[in-house]
Design a protein around this ligand. Sequence first.
Ligand code: ATR
Length: 288
Amino acid sequence: MTATDTAKPQIITGKAKLAGVLGWPVAHSRSPVLHNYWLRRHGVDGAYVPLPVEPDAFVAAVLGLQAAGFRGANVTIPHKEAAFKIADVLDHSAQRAGAVNTLVFEDDGKIHGYSTDGAGFVASMEAAGLNPPKQAQALLLGAGGAARSVAAALQDCGLRVAVTNRTQGRAEELAKALPGLDVVPWNVWEERLGAFSLLVNTTSLGMEGGPDAGFRPSLAHAAKELVVADIVYVPRVTPLLAEAQSAGLRTLGGLGMLLHQARLGFEKWYGVNPEVDAATEAFVQESF
Ligand code: ATR
C-alpha cells in the first residue's frame, strides 16, 4: 500500500453496497475504520456504518436493514446471541460458538449467521507463523463468548484445549458445549502451565479500563516453546504479553484477530477478499 491508496476517495453511488456494525454501545468499534479503509483500497462502491442499537430494538433493526437493501452486518456486544437466534441458516462456526458476529442477507431473503472470531484468531496466529503443531495443548483463560469461539476453532484445528476461569461453573458449562474440552482450576493454572504450548487470554483482564488493567500472571512454569496470545488489543502490549516477552517467549497481540475476523463479512458483502497486511494493521492502529 502507498499513501495514494489511503488517499483514494470513497465511492458511494446510488448502487453502493451497504453494511455496518450493530452494537450497544458501538462508538468504540474499529470495524468502520477497517471496512471503509478496505473499501477505498479496493475501489468498491460501498459504505460501512456504525449502528448503535439498544437490545430491545435489535430484531426491528436487523429486519429494517434487510428491508433497506443492506448486504448484512457485523454484530458485537451485547447482540451476538440475539443474532444467533435471528439467523435462518447457521454456519458450522456459529453453531460451535453458540453466537453470531456476522450476518449476511442473501438474495433469497434468508439471513445467514457466521462466527468469525475463532477463525480470525487462528488466521492471525498462522499469519504470524505461530500456530502450534496439531495435537498440541492450549490453555485458555476465561469461559465467556470469546473463549467459546476461540476454543471451538482451536479444537477444529486438532488441538487439545483446556479452559480455566475464575468462576469454575462457567468453565464446566463450556466443557459441556464443546466435548473434549478440559477444565483446569483457576487457582492452579500458573503452576500447570508447563504442559501447554499455547496460552490465550480471552478475558478482559489486562485491558485498559478493564477489571484489572495490571493483570500480569506468573509465567515461571512455562515451557520455553510456549506461545502467549492475548485477544485484548488496548494496550497493544498487555502486561501479560510484556511478562511473556521478558521471559523470552513468543507473543501474539489481539489486533490481528480483530482484522482477520472481519475478512469473511467483507468478502460476502462486497465481493472482494481483503488482505490483512502491515499497512492495514498500521491504519487501524492509528485510530487508537
Ligand atoms: P466475552 O463474551 O467477551 O468473553 P464475558 O462473557 O463477560 O465476555 O466473559 C468475560 C470473561 O472474563 C469471563 O471468563 C470472566 O470470568 P467469570 O466467568 O468468572 O466472570 C472473566 N473475567 C472478567 N473479569 C475478571 C476478573 N476480575 N478476574 C478474573 N476473570 C475475570
